[in-house]
Every structure is written in structure tokens, then in C-alpha cells.
Design a protein around this ligand. Structure first.
Ligand code: B3K
Ligand code: ZN
Length: 859
């Protein structure tokens, strides 16, 4: 496989004026005709036109309307040497969407046709310069059987439709805004639609349509409301208005990821559209809102201003994730949003950084671009935008984004161009900041404080260090915004949040008028994606946990105390944790008293997960982490059972179901009480969890009850899981949950259970959601059994990757993630993880996707 380098970027030799596509859909094949105007670029270094294409049979080529055979076809290219300065090329080819299991290009999902072109799927539809910097207007004609495919959609505006002979019909579409081919989309199917409208800030009416399979239309309201909120939010926060008269969303069951932002025709995984209290959890409701927002926000950040090349992926993804995070924070609880986002960053991105697959937010090489839709490009990328927002301040940041849109609307640009707008609008030098885009790895920030009573001064000394990562050593210091406030010994805030700008390896910052020894609240709101090490005592952390005005650091202090205690127990199982357990009781009492954000209390009562704890360990031993964690949870339950029962009862479900943040917070708090009360998995626990399940009027409570039962060996477990299946077997997304909840079980029967589920008639290896519900759920949410010393867990994943490699390389390569950090695991686990990776490596016909991740992981 060939490696592509950022340094080798050259502009396309030909520009494209207009693309005209026509699709004739037949059961055994689809005939695609593309008519494209090519114009040689000024200063082009060659007159050769090189088009990408694969998995299609070319049946006819014309140049300027005349049959043409002056081209060469290679496995993945069509080359026309010494082409004219300006010409029109027509290519007719045949493709077979029904046999496309990679779910890239044009494929079929449950009887409907749909497309996925990002990043390089358009080349599976027709021969084209499949790169994001070739922008053009598109017109599209689709024809197919009218009874099978009554709905025929593409991007832009509908300009014609009509009936044809033999029960067929057609539609014609025109998208007047130039776009790269990765934003092209087509849908044909038997779908129903939900309609609404949105009036834009300049007073235009936009028709909003959501298309789903018949029967699913009752589950679309939340998505529609979320879309309208997102459109409004982008107008208010970024001054961005939607430009077309129509905005379509289509939900499909077979989709490699969450959703895709194709211009005016977003295609979504059903999981991120459908939401009803009976079938979706609060987390699902939350994700639907976030992803509907995310794809909508791409209209400006990604589509109207797009990427020059795929090394710039974070230009659109990091920025759009930041935008969706802020949207969710505005719609819900800001502190909770930040906590959840940071938790995810630590669990997934920090672990990526700690593995051989660590890469920069703007990578400089790749083999397969699909492998770079990573949490580094997305979530760390969002942190880089957040830091720029922090450094500039809200108003200047807005000036900078206005400048960005004004300068680059209709253009394909780079991350450097974005940061330059930040620099130009603020007058700040952002060149050191840009290193965040180029250097991989999670920096460590060490902080220590010194109080000088005589001078009434407090000095905070900060040291930053950057870890070596594959191919990168001797890194330079970064420009880090460190948000700090000071509290006095009573917990009163004496110094409000200041942004300390760290630019050197070591730096000290002095605070004046400090009347007594303060407790610093450092890195408020997690102002930079670093690992923070402080010299704060347990008492300092306890003060912050109770009194900090920063919601994030209040939570974080409790988590740090929990981590310290887990480590104490890991070092000595008889360690004294009574102080921590007592303090935990104080938080439970505060939650019972009920003043404050319930969702925030629920987070405060949640111990760090095994995955987050793992990121703080030099050698990872999931079973040992689990043992220490469970010991603490059990001690908490024993000490505070009565208070937890009160917390559970006080937060019981009353009245009608609602997805307001307050109602979600109440459920989260009651469910964490349930979780703490059922940690010991005895008969009482099972009775309590089953009662919770039986009394539930929504999916959140049912799933919470089942999560509490899954490790159990009590009879209630089987009763509840059987009832759940019978009740919901008609709902694919709920059956996914049924698979997931069972493979999360930390109990010896897991391997037998897993084998049965793999053979279950509802398991389908071609459906990505089902694969994730079984394999990813097991490998990521069941760390103790996945890392079973027998190696059975690794063997399960290895076999799935090998099987999927031939079916759907993108999904296969995603499954490599849980193995990539193998070098950090305890020696007996490490060798088995390595040999699982080696077995995959030794498999013939590896896809580029799997080859790249496995070979780099093994290095
Ligand atoms: N841009 C798409 C991701 C495409 C992934 C291609 N392998 C979804 C998103 O980030 O919004
Ligand atoms: Zn995106």
C-alpha cells in the first residue's frame, strides 16, 4: 500500500465547470452517465487528466460528443494524456449497488438506495477527480421503478419530475452552489416524510423534510425540533443563515458512521434520528440533538468553506465538533456537557495519543484516509478551536469566524488559513499556537504553588512537557491557555478566573493581594487538553469539590480524589479509604437535599470508569482496576445505603415523561442511586433492579435496570432480558441495545453468552450497528472480560476483524482500536494482544484500512 504525504500536495491539473449526472436504477445494475466540463488550471504542470474510479465497468466514453478511446484504464484510474485545454467528457459505466457491502459509494440498505461519498466514495460511482479541492455545480437526473422507489432525491432544488414508461419515473435536481464530489448524495426508496418549516433571519422560508421507513415517523419529532434549534443557534451565535429552500434528512439502517452532511441532503444512521421515550434513552435523545446540530453546522463549516485536501480534515471536523458541543451546552447544562466531553476525550483520545497510532490533528501522511476520522482529528481538533476561542475571547473569536466565512466562502482551504483568520482578527501572533496542529501526543502540565505571606503573593509555577510519539521527538513547547482562579481556606473565591498564557517550558505566574494561603483551581473548564499534575493535598481537593465556582473543576476534584483512593487500594487492598467514603456520603446528602443541577450530582456520584483510570496507569491491568473500584463502590453502598435509598425514592418517576434537562437529570440521579445500591449483585439487588425495570415508562430507566442486572447470576436477569426482547424485537435499534447490555456482562458466562449471541438469528455481520452492538460494546465496555488472561476476548475480536476485512474494511479497521494500546498492558495480556494483531497481519488480502492500523499498531 502507498503512503500519501501532505508535502506532496499539488493543485488539480483540471478545473471542473459543471457536472451532469444521470442514474438509471435497475435491480441487477445501475447505469451512471457523467458529463463533465474540464478546463485546464492556470499554471498546471501537466496536461494529463487523471481520474479516480473503481468497482465499475465503463461502457462508453465520449469527448465533446464524439466517441473517444484515447484513455487508459488502470485498476483505480482513467488517464487521458495530453488532453485539450477545455473539453467535455462523458463516461457511461455500470455499477452494482446491491453487492456493495463496503457501504461506500452507491449501495442498498433495506430496499433503498443511498450514497456515502466522503472521503473517497464518489470514485465508486463514476470516474472523477475525487478530491475535495475540485468544486463545481451539479445537476442530477434519477430514474427508477415508481412503486419500489417513489422517493428519488439528490442535492439542491427539485427542478423536474415525471412518469416514464414501464412503471418508471424520474426526478431532476440542481445544486447551484459549487461543491466537492464528496458532498454529492442520492437516495431512492420507499420512504415516508415528516415536514416542517423554518423561517431564516432574513425572512426566507425553508422546507424541512425528514424521510424514514413507514412506521418510524412517530419517532422523528425530536430530530425535527433539534434541526430547528440548530438553524436558529447558528444564526444567533455565528450569524450563519441557510441558503437553499429545502433541507432533507434521510435515515438509513446500514451506515458506517453516524451521519453525513451532504449539501441539503443529510443522510443519517437511524440511530441518530429516531427517538421516542419507549425506544430511546436520554443519551440517545442527547446524541440525536448533537449530531443533527453537527451535520447542519457543516453547511457552513465544511460545505461552503471546505477542505483543500484530507490532511485538513480537522478544519471542518474539529470546528464543527466545537460548534456542536457549544450548541449542546446552550441547550442543556453547560457544566455537564463539558464533563461528558472531557470524559470522552480522556477515554478515547488520550488513549489514541498513548498508542502507536498517535497522530497530529493535521497529520502529515496516511495510507487510507478513512482511518483518520479519529478522535484526535475530531475531539482534540475541537479542543484546539476551544483554546483559540479562550485566547481571543467571545467577541474577537466571532470577528475571526466572520472573517473566515467572508474570506473563504466557496473555497477549499487549510487549517493554517483558519488560524490565520484568528491571527488577523485579533492582531495576535498564532504561530506558536499552530504547533498544536502539528505535534501529536497529550502534553503534561505540572503545577506547584508557593505562598508568600509577607508579600501577600501567590506564585504558581507551571511546567509543560511533550511525550515522544511515533515519528515525532524533541517537541517544542506549546501555547497553552491555563484558566486559574483562587479560593481562600473557607472556599470563598478571592481571585476570579484568569487565563494564564503559557508559552515556555517553565513559567511562573504571580497573583497579588492574596491575604492567606489560597487553594488554586487550575485548568478551569479543562481549558487545554493536557494531563494536569498538581501538588494539591487531599484537603485542598475536598475544598474544591465542595466549594469551587467552576462546575467542571468541582467535579474534577472529586474524580481526582477517587483516583487517588483507587490507586491506594490497588497498592494495598487494606488501605484506609474511610475519609473518601465519608466525603462521598456528604455529596449523597447534598444530592438528597436537592439544591442544584441533578445531572451534575449524578456525575459527581459516578466514579471514573476503568477506561479513564487506565489512562492514568503506567501498566494497565483492567482486572486489578476493577477490583479496587468495586471495593470502593461496595464500601460506599455499605456505609450509605439508607441515604442512597432516600435518593432513589426522592427521585422516582412522577408525572408525564419529558426530555427536559431537569427530567433527564432526575432520571440520571435516580439511576446512579440504583447503580450504587446494586453493586453487590445479591438477591436484594436483583429484586430492586427488576422492580425498576417493571415500573419504567421509558427506555432510559429500562436500560439502567438492565445494566444493573447484567453482571448478576440471579434469576431476575434472564426474566428481564427475555421480556425486553419480546417487547422490542420489532425495533432494530432496541435489539442493538439488547445485544450490547448482554455483552457488557462481567461474569464467567460471558464467553458462552457471546457465542450464542453471535449465532442469534438477529445477528447480521453486514449491519454496522449490529456489529458495534456486539463487538465494539464487548471490547470497549467490558474491559475485564475482553482482557481475560485466557486471551478468549482477543480471539473474538481478531476473528471478527478478519471476517469483516472482506465485507466492510472501514468497520473492520474500527474494530482494531481496542488492541492498539497493547504495549501498555500487563505482560501476560500484552503478548496475547500482540499475537492477535500478528494473526490479522498474516491474513491474505488485507484491505488498506486494516493493513494500516494493524501494521502501525505493531510497530
Ligand atoms: N463527515 C462525516 C464523516 C465521514 C466519514 C467517512 N469515512 C460525518 C461527520 O463528521 O459529520
Ligand atoms: Zn463532521
Amino acid at each position: 500500500p502507498k503512503t500519501i504525504y501532505l508535502k506532496d500536495y499539488t493543485p488539480a491539473t483540471y478545473r471542473v465547470g459543471h457536472v451532469d449526472l444521470s442514474f438509471a436504477l435497475f435491480e441487477d445494475k445501475t447505469i451512471v452517465k457523467s458529463v463533465v466540463q474540464y478546463i485546464r488550471s492556470e499554471g498546471a504542470v501537466s496536461a494529463d487528466l487523471v481520474l479516480n474510479g473503481q468497482d465499475q465497468v465503463v461502457t462508453g466514453v465520449e469527448m465533446d460528443g464524439v466517441a473517444f478511446d484515447g484513455y487508459t484504464l488502470t485498476e483505480h484510474q482513467m488517464i487521458i494524456k495530453d488532453a485539450a485545454e477545455k473539453f467535455t467528457l462523458s463516461i457511461t459505466s455500470e455499477i452494482d449497488p446491491a453487492s456493495n457491502t463496503a457501504l461506500e459509494g452507491l449501495y442498498k440498505s433495506q430496499g433503498s438506495y443511498c450514497t456515502q461519498c466522503e472521503a473517497e466514495g464518489f470514485r465508486r460511482i463514476t470516474y472523477f477527480q475525487d478530491r475535495p479541492d475540485v468544486l463545481s455545480t451539479f445537476s442530477v437526473r434519477i430514474e427508477g421503478d415508481k412503486s419500489k422507489y417513489p422517493v428519488l432525491l439528490s442535492n439542491g432544488n427539485l427542478i423536474a419530475a415525471g412518469d416514464l414508461e414501464h412503471g418508471r419515473h424520474f426526478t431532476a435536481w440542481s445544486d447551484p452552489f459549487p461543491k466537492p464530489c464528496y458532498l454529492f448524495a442520492l437516495v431512492a426508496g420507499n420512504l415516508v416524510r415528516i415536514e416542517d418549516t423554518f423561517q431564516t433571519m432574513s425572512g426566507r422560508q425553508v422546507a424541512l423534510h425528514i424521510y424514514v421507513r413507514a412506521g418510524d415517523e412517530l419517532q422523528c419529532d425530536h430530530a425535527m425540533q433539534s434541526l430547528k434549534k440548530a438553524m436558529k443557534w447558528d444564526e444567533e451565535k455565528y450569524g450563519r443563515e441557510y441558503q437553499l429552500d429545502l433541507f432533507n434528512i434521510v435515515a438509513v439502517s446500514d451506515f458506517n458512521m453516524g451521519a453525513m452532511e451532504n449539501t441539503s441532503l443529510n443522510i443519517f444512521n437511524t440511530k441518530l434520528v429516531l427517538a421516542h421515550q419507549e425506544t430511546a434513552t436520554d443519551t440517545d435523545f442527547y446524541s440525536v440533538e448533537a449530531v443533527i446540530g453537527h451535520e447542519y453546522f457543516h453547511n457552513w463549516t465544511g460545505n461552503r468553506v471546505t477542505c483543500r485536501d484530507w490532511f485538513q480534515l480537522s478544519l471542518k471536523e474539529g470546528l464543527t465538533v466545537f460548534r456542536d458541543q457549544e450548541f449542546s451546552a446552550d441547550m442543556n447544562s453547560r457544566a455537564v456537557q463539558r464533563i461528558d466531553d472531557v470524559d470522552q476525550l480522556r477515554r478515547l483520545q488520550f488513549s489514541e495519543d498513548a498508542s502507536p497510532l498517535a497522530h497530529a490533528v493535521q497529520p502529515d501522511n496516511f495510507i487510507e484516509i478513512s482511518n483518520f476520522y479519529t478522535t484526535t482529528v475530531y475531539e482534540k481538533g475541537a479542543e484546539l478551536i476551544r483554546m483559540q476561542h479562550t485566547l481571543l475571547g467571545t467577541d474577537t473569536y466571532r470577528k475571526a469566524t466572520d472573517l473566515y466565512f467572508e474570506r473563504y466562502d466557496g473555497h477549499a482551504v487549510t487549517c493554517n488559513d483558519f488560524v490565520q483568520c484568528m491571527a488577523d482578527a485579533s492582531g495576535r501572533d498564532m504561530s506558536q499556537f499552530f504547533l498544536w496542529y502539528k505535534q501529536a501526543g497529550t502534553p503534561t502540565l505540572a503545577a506547584s504553588g508557593q505562598y508568600n505571606a509577607a508579600q501577600q503573593q501567590y506564585t504558581l509555577s507551571l511546567t509543560q512537557s511533550q511525550p515522544d510519539t511515533s515519528g515525532q521527538t524533541d517537541k517544542k513547547p506549546l501555547h497553552i491557555p491555563v484558566a486559574v482562579g483562587l479560593l481562600d481556606e473557607h472556599g470563598n473565591e478571592t481571585h476570579r478566573t484568569q487565563i494564564l498564557e503559557m508559552t515556555a517550558r517553565e513559567q511562573s505566574f504571580t497573583f497579588d493581594h492574596v491575604a492567606s494561603r489560597p487553594v488554586p483551581s487550575i485548568l478551569r473548564g479543562f481549558s487545554a487538553p493536557v494531563k494536569l499534575i498538581t501538588d494539591l493535598s487531599d484537603d485542598d481537593l475536598r475544598l474544591l469539590q465542595l466549594k469551587d465556582t467552576d462546575g467542571f473543576n468541582k467535579w474534577e476534584s472529586g474524580q481526582t480524589l477517587a483516583l487517588r483512593n483507587i490507586e491506594r487500594v490497588m497498592a494495598d487492598s487494606a488501605a484506609d479509604i474511610s475519609q473518601f467514603v465519608d466525603d462521598f456520603g456528604v455529596v449523597i446528602e447534598q444530592a438528597v437535599a436537592g439544591a442544584g443541577d441533578k445531572a451534575l450530582f449524578a456525575r459527581a456520584l459516578t466514579l471514573p470508569t476503568i477506561a479513564v483510570i487506565a489512562q492514568t496507569q503506567t501498566v494497565i491491568d483492567p482486572a486489578a482496576i476493577d477490583q479496587a473500584r468495586t471495593h470502593i463502590l461496595t464500601s460506599i453502598k455499605r456505609a450509605h445505603k439508607d441515604a442512597l435509598v432516600r435518593l432513589y425514592d426522592d427521585n422516582a418517576n412522577t408525572g408525564a415523561f419529558s426530555v427536559s434537562p431537569a427530567a433527564m437529570g432526575r432520571r440520571a440521579l435516580q439511576n446512579i442511586a440504583l447503580e450504587l445500591l446494586t453493586v453487590t449483585n445479591g438477591t436484594g439487588c436483583a429484586t430492586r433492579a427488576k422492580a425498576h425495570y417493571d415500573g419504567a415508562n421509558n427506555m432510559t430507566d429500562r436500560v439502567a435496570a438492565m445494566a444493573c442486572l447484567t453482571d448478576s447470576t440471579q434469576a431476575e436477569r434472564e426474566l428481564v432480558f427475555a421480556d425486553f426482547y419480546e417487547r422490542f424485537k420489532a425495533y432494530q435499534l432496541v435489539v442493538d441495545k439488547w445485544f450490547t447490555l448482554q455483552v457488557m456482562a462481567n461474569r464467567p458466562a460471558i464467553f458462552d453468552d457471546f457465542a450464542k449471541l453471535r449465532q442469534h438469528h438477529e445477528f447480521n455481520i453486514k449491519n454496522p450497528n449490529r456489529v458495534r452492538s456486539l463487538y465494539s460494546a464487548f471490547a470497549l465496555n467490558n474491559p475485564v472480560q475482553f482482557h481475560h488472561p485466557s486471551g478468549q476476548g482477543y480471539a473474538i475480536l481478531r476473528d471478527a476483524i478478519i471476517e469483516l476485512n472482506a465485507i466492510n474494511p472501514q468497520i473492520a479497521s474500527r474494530l482494531v482500536t481496542p488492541l492498539r494500546e497493547w504495549k501498555r498492558y500487563a505482560p501476560v495480556l500484552q503478548v496475547q494482544m500482540q499475537s492477535a494483531l500478528q494473526a490479522i497481519m498474516d491474513t491474505p488480502n488485507l484491505s488498506n484500512d486494516v493493513f494500516e492500523l494493524v501494521s502501525k499498531s505493531l510497530k
